[in-house]
Write a protein that binds this ligand. Structure first.
Ligand SMILES: NC(=O)c1ccc[n+]([C@@H]2O[C@H](COP(=O)([O-])OP(=O)(O)OC[C@H]3O[C@@H](n4cnc5c(N)ncnc54)[C@H](OP(=O)(O)O)[C@@H]3O)[C@@H](O)[C@H]2O)c1
Length: 329
């Protein structure tokens, strides 16, 4: 395993990590989660990602049960949660969602209980909240830091301007700003990380824990000839995800990328994940997996990653045609 500092912090994250969105509770039960987290940990993964909204709190509870059974040294792993969406779905009342001091604090307490830990290593604002003053968010995160309930705080899917605003407020009051952002990043979705964020990497030095490195599985090639039974796009309630990704233009690119993976003697999944971590602004790529075989295959990205020469990266760009155009002055 390779470990990378999270932005300008001292925290070291494994460059591949493991998350539980969609999978835990819905597709993965206690025994499979136990096995998958065990494989990840034994292969050097030290970061496990979660959120209040995943499976309406059940994902955190499941991960908490596994962590409690495993009895791993608490200092050897990093666990996160995220607040914003609440966990009661349509039954959310005012104050049970968003980034108010009340919800951020209560969601933190709930995450600690569900995950059965004394502190969260990283606590994310899962989305920006235009209805809450940024001062309230920055102060709340700093109070939670001071109380020892969280060790680092971050943002997810915030704009560069929103992140800079949080840092401006933090600097004004001598507080700690967000040190990590969690954006989507994969071979089909590059704009935010490569076009919008380079300046915040230079100025405030954000780390990144990127999500959906396989575009929910599309970049494994498993959807090239339709939707396999039991796969994510076949799940009830995930039609929106299927509609977003199952587009002929994207599938055609994935098929061509598959030919390059063959030529390199690797799988599409492995190549696509290795490509994500070839970007030095990525601290860690959060893997999702419902099966042991998937996780084992995806962890092989570490072997292929050093083989991604500038020539191979150029060939990938030529196939995918998703590299953001740089501004011309
Ligand atoms: N901050 C946010 O807003 C946000 C949003 C989304 C995710 N996340 C985080 O990022 C993590 C990863 O996201 P993701 O689950 O979307 O990642 P992903 O890697 O894009 O998709 C993972 C899914 O693809 C399929 N898959 C993975 N490896 C495979 C392989 N080798 N062969 C065939 N199928 C394979 C599996 O689904 P099936 O077996 O069901 O087909 C797996 O659950 C989440 O768990 C969560 O922690 C954060």
């Amino acid at each position: 395993m390779e470990y990378r500092r999270m932005g300008r912090t001292g925290l070291q994250l494994s460059s591949l990590s493991y998350g539980s969105w969609v999978t835990f509770h819905k597709q993965v039960d206690d025994s499979v989660a136990d096995e998958l987290m065990g494989i990840a940990y034994d292969n050097g993964v030290n970061f496990f990602d979660n959120a209040e909204v995943y499976a309406r709190g059940e994902s955190e509870k499941l991960m908490g049960r596994v962590l409690s059974r495993k009895q791993w040294d608490r200092t050897s792993y990093i666990v996160s949660s995220k607040a914003f969406f609440g966990w009661r779905a349509k039954e959310n009342k005012p104050n049970q969602t968003g980034l108010s001091r009340k919800h951020l604090t209560e969601a933190c307490h709930e995450a600690l209980q569900r995950l059965q830990v004394d502190y969260l290593d990283i606590y994310f604002c899962h989305r920006p909240d235009k209805n809450v003053p940024i001062e309230e968010v920055v102060w709340t995160m700093n109070i939670l830091l001071q109380q020892g309930k969280i060790l680092y705080w971050g943002t997810s899917e915030w704009s560069a301007a929103e992140i800079m605003e949080a840092h401006r407020v933090a600097a004004q009051y001598g507080l700690i700003g967000p040190s990590v952002e969690q954006p989507q990043y994969n071979l089909l979705e590059r704009n935010k990380l490569e076009y919008e964020f380079p300046n915040i990497f230079k100025t405030v030095g954000m780390g990144t824990t990127i999500w959906s490195p396989l575009a929910s599985g599309l970049l494994t090639g498993k959807y090239n000839n339709g939707i396999p039974e039991g796969s994510r796009f076949a799940l009830e309630g995930f039609g929106w995800l299927k509609d977003q990704w199952m587009v002929e233009d994207k599938l055609a690119k994935v098929r061509r990328l598959g030919e390059l993976a063959n030529e390199l003697g690797t799988s599409l999944a492995t190549l696509s994940i290795a490509w994500c971590i070839s970007n030095p602004n990525v601290t860690t790529a959060i893997l999702g997996a419902t099966k042991k075989e998937q996780l084992i295959e995806n962890l092989k990205a570490l072997d292929i990653f050093p083989k991604l020469t500038p020539d191979i990266l150029q060939r990938i760009d030529d196939i995918m045609q998703t590299k953001p155009r740089q501004a011309e002055f």
